[in-house]
Design a protein around this ligand. Sequence first.
Ligand code: NAD
Ligand code: AKB
Length: 323
Amino acid sequence: MLLMDNILIIGAAGQIGSELTLALRKIYGAEHVFATDLKQAAPDIMDGGPFQILDVMDDKRLIHFVIRHKITQIYHLAAVLSGNAEKIPIQAWHINMDSLMNILDLAKEVEDIKKVFWPSSVAVFGPTTPHDSAPQLTIMEPRTVYGISKQAGERWVEYYNRRYKLDIRSIRYPGLISYKTEPGGGTTDYAVEIFYDAVKHGCYNCFLSEDTALPMLFMPDAIKSTIDLMEAEAANLSVKSSYNIGGMSFTPKQLSEEIKKHIPDFNISYKPDFRQAIANSWPCRLDDSIAKNDWDCSFTYNLESMTEIMIQEVQKKFGTTKL
Ligand code: NAD
Ligand code: AKB
């Protein structure tokens, strides 16, 4: 780890950014981690270290910012997620792709930038991918504009890594479950919403069917994996595009049964909407053997332990201990 690093986080107010910023500030020192977003972030992000409003689409301001603050690492987290992207496909394509190209070009032009992190997603896969344990290398025919942008992004990441000898690292995150910041418009958001509704109302109307299995990961494991990948020896990283990582796989029914162990009267109903087709096109689990082999990727939480913590933390947020 380079203690002199200055880190830029783009999308620091979001579900991942709001937790990754705090984790990186603990490691590198708050003054070395520059949080930025289009919108204001939570007080701990804005008051606990440098924070600035910055639009990643504004390449001129971006380069000034990077040079002025002697940035050496960038985490580019801004994107339009799967559900929202289907409502504005062309705009979402431009935001997801143009922002990535801005970052890749910046990494090529500014010599001080040593490493970049950009997340891909399980959304790069499609209905022709093996549904269970989708391999690292396999058929990828995404059906969503979000998935198409992530797949194209992976190709560009690999191209810049190989052609310009850059060090851009990436993970195909599964759906992420967390309690600090609510998710930003994806298909896996149900697995967070369900906890809020369970604690606040004792019931949840799920937008996916009861038997829709998807790959998921609890945020502490996602943050740890991200930092572990960024700190891994470059020579050990065989994947130049984006790594599959696993985590857990469960259906809304299985999650609701786990919640009932804590809130016995919890009731779930199902009303699938347009996100059902998106979920149906994604694998239910990813094979992460290459990530495990290359950089010791490992996880702590399963459905049981994640559910227990989510319920406790959401209850704390709303001042309820029991319904
Ligand atoms: P999010 O929507 O919660 O946060 C994204 C943040 O980016 C928001 O705070 C938003 O204001 C900001 N942003 C949007 N446009 C911007 C712009 N032009 N300039 C600066 N900031 C801008 O998303 P997230 O869940 O934190 O996801 C972060 C990344 O991880 C995305 O690339 C997403 O595709 C990827 N990912 C997330 C998940 C998940 O389950 N959360 C799973 C797979 C991949
Ligand atoms: C989404 O559902 O869009 C995200 C993702 C899996 O990329 N959570």
